[in-house]
Ligand binder design. Structure first.
Ligand code: OXD
Ligand code: MN
Length: 590
């Protein structure tokens, strides 16, 4: 026992009485203890040690076949009143939910060990920091949390006697998909996850705490928890400007966060620094700007498609002390996934653990297979990563996967219009959640699965932040789309490092250094202001024009769809600022 905090001790006693583990192990965050646990997990097969020469400190993990993605249909927000959870969340009465869950958890840890993990989101002691304790019966969870969050006994010191921590209970139980629940009780600061072993459902610091619960805390305390990467662009004169960007799951946040500028930019002295790849906590700083931290401590990235070509910084981040989940396991104890290179290995095991023949056309790695890598491995990690004050934001980006409709980039007319751009983000669904892939759905601020309360109240909170007296200089808001295609379905824009060309325009707009064209949807670049030097062969002037074209008929349909969406989710709470923006859009398109 490492703490005398009564709230902590009482809660652990209660959860232990419910789940009835054989023993309780207190995690202290030391490498020695983590190594002991890994050794234990090698024996049971929960973890597989990988090739120590090629991948030192790395392990392999498989989740159950029916348990490979977040389960949005089994994720609940159990606040007191249904109308506070809103139309985008599943809701159940908290007392009823507790009753149901207690039955599922009852005795679920018999014969197992309960691990007590104290962790901090953001740096212990930072004005942003929030503390959590996760109880789990999974060693995979313990070693993953030790990568993804700051686990250690200093959390108990920082907490002192305070009951102000987020309680998380995770039990694997029988991995029964019919009894799988990911439940949030915002009024109790409690998260309960059962019958899953997939990272997104069980690493409770991430989506459950740092987004769903934190979005409620942010609303109450005047800050924001967003599904955003954070990066810094260093200019040749050494100045660094920071951007946050929200894209739906598996739409390239990690790639943008770790972007390597094209050669011409590198030669001129541009660099990109990674602060975070998935979550940003944002609050007003003493200078009246919005400041952001990455509350996490590692990357839980989608493996397929990641290669030395597409994202060398992510690849290099996974070369040591990394957990690989549901990828291909090669006979030499290294790993592979689709898109890593063009040489699928022979004699390997696929993500299901079966001998795999690449020639049979099946996928070796699950499309949502993952790497869990320490942020500190990242070659382009920002020097400000450990700054407890965070970094000041110049720009915020929204974007989705849209084959048509959205141009390469456009800027909002002002903050409220920027909130409108975020509120109406639409994207094709990906394998990060269970369900159909490739269907266009509205994903407001890329937060649809992660807003812990009513979506319209969340939009109101964004509007309110824009007129908060503490904020005197707001970031500018942009919408980007790297995924526009031609009529044959080919991507028009090369993406990846070349997105730097768009970031450059964005930062020039923020600095007031470049003009823009006013269009019905917002400000767009003049084609000549997007630097194509070095990619003229790939992106002709005509292609760029196509990327910057908006088709009025397509946009009229878009506006109508937004209206339907607002009608569906507004429930009489839609902020007037957003309905005004929609009206302006409709009028502009007339
Ligand atoms: C993630 C997700 O894992 O968004 O980051 O699903
Ligand atoms: Mn995410």
């Amino acid at each position: 026992m490492y703490t005398n905090n009564q709230a902590v001790l009482t809660w652990i006693d209660k959860m232990a009485a419910l789940t009835k583990p054989d023993k309780i192990v207190w995690i202290n965050g030391s490498e020695e203890q983590l190594e002991e646990l890994r050794q234990e997990a090698y024996k049971t097969g929960e973890l597989i040690k990988l090739n120590g020469e090629e991948l030192p400190g790395c392990v392999y993990h498989r989740s159950a076949l029916n348990d490979v993605a977040r389960v949005e249909d089994r994720t609940f927000i159990c606040c007191e009143k249904k109308e506070d959870a809103g139309p985008t969340n599943n809701w159940m009465d908290p007392a009823q939910m507790h009753k149901m869950l207690d039955e599922i958890y009852d005795g679920s840890m018999k014969g197992r060990t309960m691990y007590v993990i104290p962790y901090s989101m953001s740096i212990v002691g930072s004005p942003f920091a929030k503390y959590g304790i996760e109880l789990t019966d999974s060693i995979y969870v313990v070693v993953s949390m030790a990568i993804m969050t700051r686990v250690g006994l200093d959390v108990y010191d920082a907490l002192g006697d305070s009951p102000d921590f987020i309680k998380g209970l995770h039990a694997k139980a029988d991995l029964d998909a019919e009894k799988r629940y990911i439940v949030h009780f915002p009024q109790e600061n409690t998260i309960m996850s059962v019958n899953s072993g997939y990272g997104g459902n069980v690493l409770l610091g991430k989506k459950c705490f740092a987004l769903r619960i934190a979005s409620c805390l942010g609303r109450d305390e005047g800050w924001m928890a967003e599904h955003m990467l954070i990066l810094g662009v260093e200019f040749p004169n050494g100045e660094i400007h920071y951007i946050s960007a929200a894209f739906p799951s598996a739409c390239g946040k990690t790639n943008l966060a770790m972007l390597i500028p094209p050669e011409g930019y590198q030669k001129a002295g541009y660099k990109v620094w990674t602060v975070g790849d998935d979550i940003a906590w944002i609050r007003p700083g003493p200078d009246g700007r919005l400041w952001a931290v990455n509350p996490e401590n590692g990357f839980f990235g989608v493996a397929p498609g990641t290669s030395m070509k597409s994202n060398p910084n992510a690849m290099l981040s996974t070369r040591k002390n990394t957990i690989f989940t549901n990828v291909v396991l090669k006979p030499d104890g290294t790993v592979w996934w689709e898109g890593m290179d063009k040489n699928p290995p022979k004699g390997a095991l696929n993500w299901k653990g079966e001998p795999w023949d690449p020639a049979d056309g099946s996928k070796g790695a699950h499309p949502n297979s993952r790497f869990t890598a320490p942020a500190r491995n990242c070659p382009c990690l920002s020097k400000e990563y450990d700054n407890p004050q965070g970094v000041p934001l110049d720009a915020m980006l929204f974007g989705g996967r849209r084959a048509k409709t959205a141009p390469l980039v456009y800027q909002s007319r002002d903050w409220n219009h920027g909130v409108f751009l975020g509120a109406t983000v639409a994207s094709e669904t990906t394998a990060a959640a269970t369900g159909a892939v490739g269907v266009v759905r509205r994903d407001p601020m890329s937060m649809r699965p992660f807003i812990g309360y009513h979506v319209a109240d969340y939009w109101q909170h964004w509007i309110d932040m824009g007129r908060d007296p503490r904020v005197t200089k707001l970031p500018k808001i942009f919408h980007v789309n790297w995924f526009r295609t031609d009529d044959e379905g080919h991507f028009l824009w090369p993406g990846f490092g070349d997105n730097m060309r768009v970031l450059e325009w964005i930062l020039k707009r923020c600095a007031g250094e470049v003009d823009a064209v006013e269009t019905p949807i917002g400000y767009m670049p003049r084609p000549e202001d997007i630097n194509l030097a070095g990619i003229e062969d790939e992106v002709s002037e005509d292609t760029l024009k196509e990327l910057l074209t908006i088709d009025k008929d397509v946009w009229k349909a878009e506006a109508a769809d937004i209206r339907t969406f607002f009608d569906q989710v507004g429930e009489g709470k839609l902020p007037k600022e957003l309905s005004d923006c929609l009206e302006t859009l409709e009028n502009n398109l007339k």
